[in-house]
Design a protein around this ligand. Structure first.
Ligand code: EPZ
Length: 418
């Protein structure tokens, strides 16, 4: 189990590159099963979730090799439609594979992806959508078993704009017979990126980002080379860390448009933000003002994946804030850890009530999930004194070279293997 040892108090200065988006690369990796040609994912992020998805693809018979920072997938030898349970539990988003594996084999079997650190994570919308495309689904001792004679297009109305359900249905529909229309689809930038990737392979998908996606089934998809969009959540995580520590940082190869809801809040806090094409500079050298309220919403609302980070920032602002988590049931597990660092924060149901304090005090805290762990690291960097952040394997799931990039900016952070 690795941990971070952090000596807080340094301001952050300098410039870092943003990785390609974890939440783009995962469904794109699932989509590689749809072709027998090679696919090159340029600058794939060096994160555990991507490595676990590659492990699952290998168990399906796909060949995956890293060539420098690029990841090359060859699915021509894929011959297995069962996704191993130990890996399905390790990587919840392996459920995206259902759509592409059914499309290729007309069969799929995956262990029921249970809940996780942030909530129940049901998959009912995924399964309802797949059934509309002609998939027969049964549940056998903890497994989801799917089969179909032929996938056919249909109209699907999602009860809520689920990112995963939208992606799973897209993957099943691109080679189905006929047209599929997904209404009330998720509008996240990663959905548009998946559309761009699928069309790069020869699919006919349009409307991503609008809330209604139209897919005309095609017979065959070919390989391609593809550079996924920047990781908007990594971008936001570093900007919030700089806002908390003070200083001036530049993040490069990012996309300000995809985190405009966060930038709006950070400006309201009092941060100076300059945008220049794919670069964002954030400067802050004073105690920030609280924002009254922040509510997480599906895109383009405030992203749930930045909720923990902005809450940690609110803890050391002047004034009070209310943060409401509308998407997941238990996404405040990091709060007791922040309290250990001196935060004045109370959670009632889906609301966190924060009273700003002058600053955090160093402490030993535990990461319980990916984004909560990242928030604790930022709090420790801003704190007075020494902190330890334990169980950082959660953070490794979504942040490549996290401590390296923070050290580049002047953060006093080292990884220790215990
Ligand atoms: C994706 O998860 C992201 N993961 C999550 O990022 C992100 O927090 C989430 O979208 C929301 O933006 C990946 O893309 C790999 P959802 P997903 O389906 O697809 C309910 C991170 O930190 N729902 O949009 O699982 C669900 O309970 C991760 O990078 C159903 O009710 O999220 C939740 O309340 C964490 N039935 C809401 O929809 C379903 O069948 C949003 O979930 C599916 C979802």
């Amino acid at each position: 189990m690795d941990k971070y040892i952090i000596n807080g108090g340094n301001k952050l200065y300098g410039s870092i590159d943003i990785q390609t988006a974890k939440n783009s690369v995962l469904p794109i990796l699932a989509a590689t099963v749809l072709t027998d040609d090679k696919v090159r994912i340029i600058n794939a992020p060096n994160i555990t979730d991507a490595k676990n998805m590659v492990k699952i693809l290998s168990r399906l018979g796909c060949k995956a090799v890293f060539e420098g920072n690029d990841l090359i997938i060859d699915s021509s030898f894929a011959d297995n439609h069962e996704i191993p349970s130990e890996l399905a539990h390790e990587l919840r988003s392996s459920v995206f594979l259902l759509g592409s594996v059914i499309s290729r084999f007309h069969m799929a079997k995956i262990a029921y992806p249970g809940g996780c650190d942030i909530g129940l994570r049901p998959v009912d919308l995924h399964l309802t959508g797949l059934k509309r495309l002609g998939v027969e689904i049964s549940e056998e001792s903890g497994y989801i078993v799917c089969k179909c004679d032929k996938l056919h297009g249909n109209e699907i109305m999602l009860d809520c704009p689920s990112v995963g359900a939208t992606e799973n249905i897209m993957l099943a529909a691109v080679k189905a017979e006929g047209v599929t229309i997904i209404k009330n689809s998720a509008r996240e930038p990663e959905i548009e990126d998946l559309q761009r990737f699928l069309n790069c392979m020869g699919a006919k998908v349009r409307g991503a980002g609008s809330g209604t996606i139209i897919i005309e089934g095609v017979k065959k998809l070919s390989g391609c080379e593809f550079l996924p969009i920047p990781d908007r959540i990594e971008s936001g995580t570093f900007l919030v860390a700089a806002a908390m520590c003070g200083g001036e940082i530049e993040i490069k190869h990012t996309c300000a448009e995809n985190i405009s809801s966060l930038l709006h809040k950070l400006r309201e806090n009092g941060c100076k933000i300059r945008i220049n094409n794919d670069k964002i500079v954030l400067e802050n050298n004073r105690r920030l003002m609280s924002v009254k309220s922040i509510e997480t919403q599906p895109y383009p609302g405030f992203p749930t994946d930045l909720q923990a980070q902005i809450t940690a920032l609110c803890c050391i602002c002047r004034g009070q804030s209310i943060i409401t988590e509308n998407l997941f049931e238990t996404r405040f597990k990091y709060v007791p850890e922040l309290r250990r660092m001196g935060a004045d924060i109370t959670v009632i149901n889906r609301n966190a009530f924060v009273r700003g304090v002058d600053g955090f005090k160093g402490a030993t805290v535990v990461a319980h999930d990916l984004r909560g762990g990242a928030a604790l690291v930022s709090a420790a960097l801003a704190a007075e004194g020494r902190s330890e952040v334990l169980d950082i394997s959660h953070i490794d799931r979504g942040y490549g070279s996290f401590e390296y990039k923070l050290r580049m900016l002047g953060g006093d952070i080292v990884r220790v293997t215990v």
